[in-house]
Design a protein around this ligand. Structure first.
Ligand SMILES: [Zn+2]
Length: 342
Protein backbone atom coordinates (compact mmCIF):
# COMPACT_ATOMS: atom_id res chain seq x y z
CA UNK A 1 0.00 0.00 0.00
CA UNK A 2 1.43 3.36 -0.97
CA UNK A 3 1.58 6.23 1.43
CA UNK A 4 -1.17 7.98 -0.55
CA UNK A 5 -3.43 4.90 -0.32
CA UNK A 6 -2.81 4.64 3.41
CA UNK A 7 -3.65 8.31 3.85
CA UNK A 8 -6.79 8.01 1.76
CA UNK A 9 -7.88 4.94 3.71
CA UNK A 10 -7.33 6.76 6.99
CA UNK A 11 -9.33 9.74 5.89
CA UNK A 12 -12.18 7.60 4.54
CA UNK A 13 -12.38 5.90 7.94
CA UNK A 14 -12.37 9.30 9.54
CA UNK A 15 -15.20 10.59 7.35
CA UNK A 16 -17.26 7.46 8.03
CA UNK A 17 -16.79 7.73 11.73
CA UNK A 18 -17.88 11.31 12.00
CA UNK A 19 -20.78 13.13 10.49
CA UNK A 20 -19.44 15.22 7.62
CA UNK A 21 -19.56 18.96 7.83
CA UNK A 22 -18.08 19.77 4.49
CA UNK A 23 -14.85 21.05 3.11
CA UNK A 24 -12.93 24.30 3.12
CA UNK A 25 -11.14 25.03 -0.14
CA UNK A 26 -7.81 26.84 -0.14
CA UNK A 27 -6.74 28.99 -3.08
CA UNK A 28 -3.87 31.44 -3.52
CA UNK A 29 -3.46 32.92 -7.01
CA UNK A 30 -5.98 32.92 -9.83
CA UNK A 31 -3.64 33.13 -12.76
CA UNK A 32 -2.17 31.00 -15.54
CA UNK A 33 1.24 29.61 -14.55
CA UNK A 34 3.09 26.65 -16.06
CA UNK A 35 5.92 26.54 -13.48
CA UNK A 36 4.20 26.34 -10.13
CA UNK A 37 6.18 24.30 -7.56
CA UNK A 38 3.56 24.56 -4.82
CA UNK A 39 0.51 24.25 -7.09
CA UNK A 40 -0.80 27.57 -5.81
CA UNK A 41 -2.06 28.89 -9.16
CA UNK A 42 -5.44 28.10 -10.66
CA UNK A 43 -6.21 29.64 -14.06
CA UNK A 44 -9.24 31.94 -14.31
CA UNK A 45 -10.92 29.41 -16.65
CA UNK A 46 -10.46 26.49 -14.24
CA UNK A 47 -11.55 28.65 -11.30
CA UNK A 48 -14.73 29.57 -13.17
CA UNK A 49 -15.48 25.87 -13.81
CA UNK A 50 -14.80 24.97 -10.19
CA UNK A 51 -17.11 27.68 -8.88
CA UNK A 52 -19.77 26.53 -11.39
CA UNK A 53 -19.61 23.05 -9.78
CA UNK A 54 -20.17 24.56 -6.32
CA UNK A 55 -22.99 26.76 -7.61
CA UNK A 56 -24.73 23.86 -9.33
CA UNK A 57 -24.58 21.80 -6.13
CA UNK A 58 -25.70 24.86 -4.10
CA UNK A 59 -22.84 23.92 -1.83
CA UNK A 60 -21.04 27.21 -1.22
CA UNK A 61 -21.34 28.60 2.29
CA UNK A 62 -19.47 31.25 4.20
CA UNK A 63 -16.57 29.99 6.30
CA UNK A 64 -18.23 31.13 9.54
CA UNK A 65 -20.95 28.54 8.95
CA UNK A 66 -18.43 25.80 9.63
CA UNK A 67 -17.56 27.11 13.04
CA UNK A 68 -20.99 28.50 13.85
CA UNK A 69 -22.92 25.29 13.44
CA UNK A 70 -24.82 26.11 10.25
CA UNK A 71 -22.39 23.87 8.39
CA UNK A 72 -23.52 20.76 10.26
CA UNK A 73 -25.74 19.16 7.67
CA UNK A 74 -26.39 15.50 7.08
CA UNK A 75 -25.26 15.53 3.47
CA UNK A 76 -21.98 17.28 4.13
CA UNK A 77 -22.50 19.19 0.92
CA UNK A 78 -21.10 22.41 2.24
CA UNK A 79 -18.01 23.98 0.86
CA UNK A 80 -16.35 27.24 1.89
CA UNK A 81 -13.94 29.10 -0.38
CA UNK A 82 -10.81 30.75 1.03
CA UNK A 83 -7.77 32.54 -0.39
CA UNK A 84 -4.42 33.01 1.34
CA UNK A 85 -1.97 35.93 1.11
CA UNK A 86 -4.17 38.59 -0.56
CA UNK A 87 -2.77 38.52 -4.10
CA UNK A 88 -4.13 41.24 -6.35
CA UNK A 89 -5.61 38.66 -8.72
CA UNK A 90 -8.08 37.72 -6.00
CA UNK A 91 -9.67 41.07 -6.78
CA UNK A 92 -9.11 41.21 -10.53
CA UNK A 93 -9.63 37.55 -11.54
CA UNK A 94 -11.41 35.71 -8.72
CA UNK A 95 -13.95 38.29 -7.60
CA UNK A 96 -15.74 38.57 -10.97
CA UNK A 97 -16.23 34.77 -10.92
CA UNK A 98 -17.44 34.79 -7.30
CA UNK A 99 -19.91 37.53 -8.26
CA UNK A 100 -21.10 35.57 -11.29
CA UNK A 101 -22.04 32.57 -9.12
CA UNK A 102 -22.77 34.55 -5.92
CA UNK A 103 -20.25 32.56 -3.92
CA UNK A 104 -18.97 34.00 -0.62
CA UNK A 105 -15.26 33.77 0.11
CA UNK A 106 -12.72 34.61 2.79
CA UNK A 107 -9.42 36.27 1.92
CA UNK A 108 -6.61 35.98 4.48
CA UNK A 109 -4.34 38.99 4.06
CA UNK A 110 -0.78 39.39 5.39
CA UNK A 111 -0.62 42.64 7.40
CA UNK A 112 2.62 44.03 6.00
CA UNK A 113 1.84 42.87 2.47
CA UNK A 114 -0.86 45.48 1.85
CA UNK A 115 0.73 48.03 -0.46
CA UNK A 116 3.96 46.07 -0.77
CA UNK A 117 5.18 46.64 -4.32
CA UNK A 118 7.61 43.77 -4.60
CA UNK A 119 6.84 40.10 -4.94
CA UNK A 120 6.83 37.75 -1.97
CA UNK A 121 10.10 35.97 -1.25
CA UNK A 122 8.73 32.58 -2.36
CA UNK A 123 7.72 34.01 -5.73
CA UNK A 124 11.09 35.73 -6.11
CA UNK A 125 12.89 32.48 -5.31
CA UNK A 126 10.74 30.75 -7.90
CA UNK A 127 11.64 33.40 -10.52
CA UNK A 128 15.36 33.27 -9.73
CA UNK A 129 15.69 29.49 -9.65
CA UNK A 130 12.97 28.00 -11.81
CA UNK A 131 12.19 30.77 -14.26
CA UNK A 132 15.75 31.61 -15.23
CA UNK A 133 18.13 30.52 -17.98
CA UNK A 134 21.56 28.98 -17.30
CA UNK A 135 22.75 29.60 -13.76
CA UNK A 136 26.30 30.03 -12.44
CA UNK A 137 27.82 26.81 -11.18
CA UNK A 138 28.66 28.01 -7.69
CA UNK A 139 26.42 29.77 -5.21
CA UNK A 140 28.07 31.17 -2.10
CA UNK A 141 24.95 31.87 -0.08
CA UNK A 142 25.67 34.00 3.00
CA UNK A 143 22.24 33.79 4.65
CA UNK A 144 21.24 31.50 7.49
CA UNK A 145 24.34 29.63 8.57
CA UNK A 146 25.96 30.36 5.21
CA UNK A 147 26.57 27.65 2.66
CA UNK A 148 28.28 27.08 -0.67
CA UNK A 149 26.27 25.16 -3.26
CA UNK A 150 27.59 23.64 -6.47
CA UNK A 151 25.15 23.25 -9.30
CA UNK A 152 25.75 20.70 -12.05
CA UNK A 153 23.07 21.11 -14.63
CA UNK A 154 22.39 19.13 -17.76
CA UNK A 155 21.02 20.70 -20.92
CA UNK A 156 17.22 20.70 -20.88
CA UNK A 157 16.96 20.72 -17.08
CA UNK A 158 14.99 23.96 -17.09
CA UNK A 159 12.22 22.34 -19.19
CA UNK A 160 11.73 19.85 -16.33
CA UNK A 161 10.36 22.64 -14.17
CA UNK A 162 7.07 22.78 -16.07
CA UNK A 163 4.56 20.90 -13.97
CA UNK A 164 7.18 20.04 -11.31
CA UNK A 165 5.90 19.96 -7.73
CA UNK A 166 8.33 20.63 -4.90
CA UNK A 167 6.52 18.27 -2.52
CA UNK A 168 6.26 15.29 -4.88
CA UNK A 169 8.61 12.40 -4.38
CA UNK A 170 10.68 11.68 -7.46
CA UNK A 171 13.81 12.51 -9.39
CA UNK A 172 14.66 16.16 -9.00
CA UNK A 173 17.10 18.08 -11.15
CA UNK A 174 20.03 19.74 -9.33
CA UNK A 175 18.29 23.08 -9.74
CA UNK A 176 15.07 21.77 -8.18
CA UNK A 177 17.04 20.39 -5.24
CA UNK A 178 18.71 23.76 -4.83
CA UNK A 179 15.30 25.46 -4.92
CA UNK A 180 14.08 23.29 -2.07
CA UNK A 181 17.23 23.71 0.00
CA UNK A 182 17.13 27.49 -0.37
CA UNK A 183 13.42 27.52 0.44
CA UNK A 184 14.13 25.74 3.74
CA UNK A 185 16.83 28.27 4.63
CA UNK A 186 14.87 31.39 3.64
CA UNK A 187 11.57 30.43 5.27
CA UNK A 188 13.04 30.88 8.77
CA UNK A 189 14.98 34.13 8.11
CA UNK A 190 13.75 37.46 9.45
CA UNK A 191 11.36 39.18 6.99
CA UNK A 192 13.89 41.86 5.92
CA UNK A 193 16.55 39.20 5.41
CA UNK A 194 14.20 37.17 3.24
CA UNK A 195 14.03 40.06 0.78
CA UNK A 196 17.79 40.55 0.95
CA UNK A 197 18.29 36.85 0.27
CA UNK A 198 16.06 36.85 -2.80
CA UNK A 199 17.68 40.07 -4.09
CA UNK A 200 20.99 38.29 -3.72
CA UNK A 201 19.69 35.27 -5.64
CA UNK A 202 18.21 37.44 -8.40
CA UNK A 203 21.57 39.03 -8.90
CA UNK A 204 23.36 35.70 -8.79
CA UNK A 205 20.94 34.26 -11.34
CA UNK A 206 21.45 37.27 -13.59
CA UNK A 207 17.93 38.57 -13.21
CA UNK A 208 16.70 42.10 -13.09
CA UNK A 209 14.04 41.99 -10.36
CA UNK A 210 10.89 42.68 -12.36
CA UNK A 211 7.65 41.93 -10.58
CA UNK A 212 4.86 40.52 -12.72
CA UNK A 213 1.83 42.76 -12.13
CA UNK A 214 -0.35 39.97 -10.75
CA UNK A 215 2.30 38.63 -8.41
CA UNK A 216 1.92 41.16 -5.63
CA UNK A 217 -0.56 41.72 -2.82
CA UNK A 218 -3.38 44.24 -2.96
CA UNK A 219 -2.57 47.89 -2.31
CA UNK A 220 -4.55 50.02 0.14
CA UNK A 221 -7.14 51.05 -2.43
CA UNK A 222 -7.62 47.47 -3.67
CA UNK A 223 -7.78 46.25 -0.08
CA UNK A 224 -10.60 48.73 0.58
CA UNK A 225 -12.49 47.37 -2.43
CA UNK A 226 -12.35 43.77 -1.20
CA UNK A 227 -13.05 44.83 2.39
CA UNK A 228 -16.34 46.46 1.45
CA UNK A 229 -17.48 43.77 -0.97
CA UNK A 230 -20.57 41.91 0.30
CA UNK A 231 -19.28 38.49 -0.81
CA UNK A 232 -15.87 38.86 0.80
CA UNK A 233 -14.93 38.38 4.45
CA UNK A 234 -11.43 39.25 5.49
CA UNK A 235 -9.14 37.25 7.69
CA UNK A 236 -5.59 37.84 8.89
CA UNK A 237 -2.48 35.82 8.06
CA UNK A 238 0.13 37.23 10.51
CA UNK A 239 2.05 40.45 10.09
CA UNK A 240 4.94 39.07 7.99
CA UNK A 241 3.89 35.58 6.87
CA UNK A 242 6.18 33.95 9.41
CA UNK A 243 6.81 30.28 10.09
CA UNK A 244 5.02 30.22 13.45
CA UNK A 245 6.41 26.87 14.54
CA UNK A 246 9.93 28.39 14.47
CA UNK A 247 9.02 31.27 16.81
CA UNK A 248 8.81 31.63 20.58
CA UNK A 249 5.27 31.79 22.03
CA UNK A 250 5.77 35.51 22.61
CA UNK A 251 6.72 36.21 19.01
CA UNK A 252 3.89 34.01 17.79
CA UNK A 253 1.52 36.16 19.84
CA UNK A 254 3.01 39.38 18.42
CA UNK A 255 2.95 38.22 14.79
CA UNK A 256 -0.61 36.90 14.98
CA UNK A 257 -1.92 39.78 17.12
CA UNK A 258 -0.31 42.65 15.22
CA UNK A 259 -1.27 41.15 11.86
CA UNK A 260 -4.82 40.75 13.03
CA UNK A 261 -5.10 44.29 14.40
CA UNK A 262 -3.71 45.66 11.17
CA UNK A 263 -6.38 43.96 9.06
CA UNK A 264 -9.05 45.18 11.49
CA UNK A 265 -7.74 48.74 11.34
CA UNK A 266 -7.39 48.76 7.58
CA UNK A 267 -10.88 47.36 7.08
CA UNK A 268 -12.47 49.37 9.90
CA UNK A 269 -14.35 46.36 11.24
CA UNK A 270 -13.86 43.40 13.56
CA UNK A 271 -12.15 40.40 11.99
CA UNK A 272 -12.75 36.90 13.36
CA UNK A 273 -10.76 34.70 10.96
CA UNK A 274 -7.13 33.73 10.61
CA UNK A 275 -5.04 31.26 8.66
CA UNK A 276 -1.64 29.83 9.61
CA UNK A 277 1.12 30.80 7.10
CA UNK A 278 2.57 27.74 5.32
CA UNK A 279 -0.08 25.80 7.24
CA UNK A 280 2.39 25.61 10.14
CA UNK A 281 0.87 25.67 13.60
CA UNK A 282 1.44 24.20 17.04
CA UNK A 283 -0.13 24.47 20.49
CA UNK A 284 1.51 27.85 21.10
CA UNK A 285 0.08 29.34 17.91
CA UNK A 286 -3.32 27.88 18.64
CA UNK A 287 -3.25 29.31 22.15
CA UNK A 288 -2.26 32.73 20.80
CA UNK A 289 -5.17 32.62 18.37
CA UNK A 290 -7.56 31.75 21.19
CA UNK A 291 -6.17 34.37 23.58
CA UNK A 292 -6.50 37.03 20.90
CA UNK A 293 -10.20 36.23 20.59
CA UNK A 294 -10.02 34.90 17.04
CA UNK A 295 -12.90 32.48 16.43
CA UNK A 296 -11.83 30.64 13.30
CA UNK A 297 -8.37 29.56 12.17
CA UNK A 298 -7.52 27.49 9.12
CA UNK A 299 -4.63 25.11 8.60
CA UNK A 300 -3.54 23.39 5.38
CA UNK A 301 -4.14 19.86 6.64
CA UNK A 302 -5.83 18.21 3.64
CA UNK A 303 -9.00 16.78 5.16
CA UNK A 304 -12.70 17.51 5.03
CA UNK A 305 -14.08 19.28 8.07
CA UNK A 306 -16.05 17.33 10.64
CA UNK A 307 -18.18 18.27 13.63
CA UNK A 308 -15.55 17.88 16.30
CA UNK A 309 -12.77 19.77 14.53
CA UNK A 310 -11.26 22.52 16.62
CA UNK A 311 -12.58 25.77 15.03
CA UNK A 312 -9.07 27.19 15.51
CA UNK A 313 -7.45 24.40 13.51
CA UNK A 314 -9.79 23.72 10.61
CA UNK A 315 -8.35 21.56 7.82
CA UNK A 316 -8.47 22.75 4.21
CA UNK A 317 -8.34 21.16 0.80
CA UNK A 318 -5.99 22.83 -1.66
CA UNK A 319 -7.78 23.29 -4.98
CA UNK A 320 -5.36 23.09 -7.89
CA UNK A 321 -5.55 23.49 -11.66
CA UNK A 322 -8.44 21.15 -12.56
CA UNK A 323 -11.36 21.52 -14.93
CA UNK A 324 -14.89 21.29 -13.53
CA UNK A 325 -15.25 17.53 -14.06
CA UNK A 326 -11.96 16.69 -12.42
CA UNK A 327 -12.70 19.08 -9.57
CA UNK A 328 -16.07 17.43 -8.91
CA UNK A 329 -14.46 13.97 -9.01
CA UNK A 330 -11.68 15.13 -6.69
CA UNK A 331 -14.19 16.40 -4.11
CA UNK A 332 -16.47 13.40 -4.53
CA UNK A 333 -14.08 10.48 -4.73
CA UNK A 334 -11.31 11.67 -2.46
CA UNK A 335 -13.36 13.46 0.16
CA UNK A 336 -16.96 12.32 -0.15
CA UNK A 337 -18.15 15.86 -0.86
CA UNK A 338 -20.85 16.85 -3.37
CA UNK A 339 -21.21 13.24 -4.51
CA UNK A 340 -24.96 13.18 -3.89
CA UNK A 341 -25.69 16.34 -5.79
CA UNK A 342 -24.19 15.20 -9.10
ZN1 LIG B 1 0.19 32.27 3.00
Amino acid sequence: MSRADALLGALRRRTRKHRRRGGILMYHCITEESVDPWAICVSPQAFDEQMAVLAQARAAVDLADFAGGAGRTRSGDRVAVTFDDGYVDNLTAALPVLEKYEIPATIFVIGHAVGRTREFWWDALHSALLGSGPLPQVLDFPFGEGRVFTLEEKPGDSAANIGWRADDAGEDTPRQRLFRELWDIIVVLEPAEQDEATDFLMEWAGHVPATPPSRVAVDAEQFARIAEHPLISLGSHTLDHVSLTDLSPQRQHTQIGAGHRMIEELSGRPVTRFSYPYGRFDDGARTAVRDLGIDIACTSVPLPTIVDDDPRALPRLQATEMNGDRFARWLGEDYGLLSRSR
